[in-house]
Unconditional design. Structure first.
Lengths: 430, 410
């Protein structure tokens, strides 16, 4: 029976090519636009580190002195060196890392000096954020304590400076200073760069990683926001009143996370007792997805575009409903004959839905092509996230599901009306 | 044209009438809001910087290790850049309008007030008024002898001494008007910390901030006479003729590299590039909005064509009868045109309500301003136009139906 409906639908669609083309075009445009914007949304709101996003927590606290503290204001993103070092010293989490972005100029064995993006952090960073090593290994916690002159470099920089290969033991030169390369990373890209959103939310990961203690010793230059509540000749000094370090903790179970939260509350209480401030202070412990959500990583423009595209899909569907209705009613005579020959209302209803579904599938196929074209256009936009936008299998299947669903939805009303055609009147009026 | 027969016919096709009306209403709502959003983006992208945009290039460099005297290095670099042929003025700044990375200060009108009055951009650096081409509207430019090394000021502030203050400064007109409405800003004092006071000696017409997100505060800027040391966050700014920009950039990069071969020039670009980079998201969004608006018009137009064709085909016989009874071709044409006008008008009325609702939603969700009343007629006019254009073909086909159809059975 289903095959017969498909045959009938094909004939009917072929009979009025212009109208069919119009419906297919409307569905295709609506689906294409919606899927383009939904794909952008899907990619941007994706989980950058699915295996660990529930175990990694951004730690934030408000330790402003009373004259800078405003009740209810958002807790600052970054921490002072004093607090970060206190938390690192206590080491209550399974792993923890304080970090800052930076930039360095390195001198390759041959050629021009090179500006590189750096991250100054601790030994735990690499296992915490799942950074894989192609050669060598991370530096040790002893290296952190000693401010050892070591570095981990990205695969790309290894290629650029040393021509690839195992470069552990080689020296990364910065003028008359040198850092011993202990590890070379494999492919590791986090997008969005959730661990530090302040230096571009999307983009390549850093090329050089250096122990924070070493970077402080060598006075390497930092990037990103530094917010001081008082004048500070050296904002990176041990007790400087400046917020500049990101702090992350890995807590493997919810129980540990709860315990860690209590520890932080306790830490703040102790700071208050010590007389740093008299307000209650604030502590935020957010896992990766909560953190991304709080920072509004999906640009509001993208959300706006999704709403717009869905509105447009609505217009396209209304359009299709109207055209299908017109089409079915125009065939009242034929439908009347089928009813008179014994077809049930259900059969007519299904036949009409099959026709609507076919329009949807063809429209979906064209819509997929349009979405592909739309994504090419998005990738050519000069936005930070442009290069990461791609369609995955889920969105591909989603396209057809949305096309089929919406065309069936559009077909419901016309099919309902069609099955209620009175056979006698329809045949007679013909 | 008699409306009653048209309304009577429409009443008999309620479902299709409602579908068309809803479609037009939704289109109208999207077009009104869409055009408004595009206009807003364009207006935002048009924000004045106050500087001679087409005559400026920016160079940023990073040394391999901090030079022993950053201030001396900066002065050497400026002298090197000044010697390049075609360079009209050389300046140095910690930020540029629409540059993104910003430095802002909390402005207070008295040293004891508990909270800031407002936040304004702090431009530090050399020779900014002349190099950027700012228009002084009151007072004077900063004098070379008024400049102090930034480190000296920071040390004084950290020690809590008020030595050396008040420091002279220049403010933008927008900031002056906001702080001292309808009063002469010259000679007045502001505080950036309880011990750091500044005296206004000059007012420039316009100088936008580096992160001008909010149009209302985008022009709140101050210029403070601080020598900045050479480091990666400072920009060298060069003023030149528009046609010399690329040549000057290349020459300046080469000259800086010659002076210190171990440094890296991280940015060498025209100011036009900086501006277009800053507004790239607005550009992309405006493009997207325009394409959706066009697509909405296309789909709505084609939908009207489809349904009108269906109606014409369905009423062929009735049209024939009307023609046989004496109706002229023009009568038939006008009938369909009027019918379309009525449907579109109903849709527009519904669409206005919807547009207003969407605007309220956008206001809550995205902090957008309310849709101005002026955009409602825009949506209406566009849809009337599209409707008439779309119905013209089918209506002409209807007008061409010969009276003889009336006498034929099917």
């Amino acid at each position: 029976m289903f095959g017969y409906y498909i045959d009938l639908a094909t004939r009917s669609l072929k009979r009025n090519r212009a109208l069919t083309a119009l419906m297919v075009l409307a569905i295709a445009l609506g689906i294409g636009t919606s899927m383009t914007t939904l794909t952008v949304m899907h990619v941007l709101s994706g989980d950058p580190i699915p295996a660990k996003s529930a175990q990694l927590f951004r730690v934030r606290m408000n330790v402003f002195p009373d004259d800078t503290f405003t009740q209810g204001k958002e807790t600052p993103d970054n921490m002072t060196r004093r607090d970060a070092e206190a938390l690192l010293h206590d080491a209550r989490a399974d792993r923890q890392a304080a970090m800052s972005a930076g930039s360095m100029v390195v001198t390759p064995p041959q050629g021009e000096p090179l500006g590189v993006e750096a991250r100054y952090t601790g030994a735990d960073f690499f296992p915490m954020f799942g950074a894989p090593f192609r050669y060598g290994h991370a530096w040790s916690r002893d290296d952190d304590a000693a401010g050892a002159r070591v570095a981990v470099i990205s695969g790309a920089l290894n290629e650029q400076l040393f021509g690839g290969g195992d470069s552990t033991g080689k020296t990364l030169r910065m003028g008359d200073q040198g850092l011993r390369v202990v590890g070379v990373l494999g492919d590791w890209d986090m997008n969005p760069r959730f661990y530090d959103l302040s230096n571009g939310q999307f983009g390549d990961s850093e090329q050089v990683f250096v122990p924070l203690s070493t970077a402080l010793d060598l006075k390497l230059s930092t990037s990103g926001s530094t917010n001081c509540w008082n004048s500070a000749p050296d904002p990176h000094a041990a007790s400087a009143p400046c917020l500049w370090l990101q702090y992350w903790a890995e807590l493997d179970t919810p129980a540990k996370a709860a315990a860690y939260r209590r520890y932080l509350d306790n830490y703040i209480a102790l700071q208050r007792q010590a007389g740093r401030f008299s307000h209650p202070g604030q502590v935020e412990l957010q896992d990766v997805m909560q953190w991304l959500d709080a920072k509004g990583v999906v640009p509001s423009d993208v959300r706006l575009q999704v709403w717009l595209a869905l509105g447009f899909l609505g217009i396209c569907l209304l359009n299709t409903v109207g055209l299908l209705l017109a089409k079915f009613l125009r065939r009242s005579g034929e439908l009347g004959v089928r009813r008179a020959l014994g077809a049930s209302r259900r059969a007519i209803f299904l036949q009409c839905l099959v026709e609507a579904g076919m329009v949807g599938l063809v429209g979906g196929a064209f819509g997929l092509a349009l979405a592909g074209l739309g994504l090419v256009l998005v990738r050519h936009q000069p936005t930070d996230y442009a290069t990461f936008i791609h369609m995955d299998l889920r969105m591909l299947l989603g396209t057809f599901a949305l096309a089929l669903l919406s065309s069936l939805l559009a077909g419901l009303l016309p099919a309902w009306r069609a099955m209620h055609v009175a056979p006698a009147a329809a045949i007679k009026s013909n | 044209m008699e409306l009653r027969p048209i309304l009577a016919t429409l009443r008999r096709h309620k479902v299709i009438l409602w579908l068309l009306m809803l479609e037009i209403a939704l289109s109208c709502a999207i077009i009104c809001n869409g055009v408004f959003l595009v206009a807003q983006r364009l207006q935002h992208m048009d924000m004045p910087s106050g500087i001679a945009e087409h005559e400026l290039v920016q160079i940023q460099q990073a040394p391999i290790a901090p030079p022993s005297d950053r201030y001396a290095r900066a002065q050497e670099d400026l002298a090197t850049l000044r010697a390049i042929p075609g360079v009209q003025a050389v300046g140095m700044s910690n930020q540029v309008p629409f540059g993104g990375a910003s430095s802002n200060g909390n402005v207070m009108l008295s040293p004891t007030q508990p909270h800031r009055t407002l936040s304004a951009a702090e431009y530090f650096g050399e020779n900014l008024v002349q190099t950027l081409g700012l228009r002084l509207v009151a007072g004077r430019d900063l004098r070379p002898d008024e400049y102090v090394d930034a480190d000296v000021v920071i040390r004084e502030l950290a020690s809590g001494s008020g030595k050396g203050f008040p420091v002279p400064m220049i403010v933008s007109q927008a900031l002056a008007t906001r702080l001292w409405p309808q009063r002469n800003p010259l000679g007045r004092l502001v505080w950036l910390t309880p011990t750091a006071s500044f005296r206004v000696v000059g007012v420039v017409r316009t100088l936008a901030r580096a992160n001008a997100y909010d149009t209302a505060t985008a022009q709140y800027s101050m210029i403070i006479p601080l020598h900045m040391g050479a480091d990666k966050d400072q920009s060298y700014l060069l003023r030149t003729r528009p046609q010399d920009r690329q040549r000057v950039l290349a020459a300046a990069t080469a000259a800086l590299k010659r002076a210190d071969p171990t440094r890296v020039v991280t940015h060498a670009r025209t100011y036009d590039r900086i501006r277009s980079d800053y507004f790239k998201d607005d550009h992309a969004t405006a493009g997207m909005l325009v394409s959706v608006i066009v697509a909405v018009l296309l789909v709505t137009g084609l939908g009207i064509v489809g349904l009108a064709s269906f109606w014409v085909a369905q009423r062929r016989r009735q049209i024939g009868i009307r023609r046989a009874l004496g109706a002229r071709r023009a009568d038939i044409l006008h009938y369909f045109q009027t019918e379309n006008f009525l449907i579109v008008t109903f849709g527009i009325v519904l669409g206005m309500v919807l547009a207003y609702g969407i605007s309220l939603f956008l206001m809550m969700r995205y902090e957008l301003p309310r849709l101005p009343a002026g955009y409602f007629p825009v949506g209406a006019l566009v849809l009337w136009g599209i409707g008439q254009l779309a119905v013209l073909g089918p209506a002409l086909r209807a007008a061409a139906v010969p009276p003889v159809v009336a006498t034929r059975s099917v």
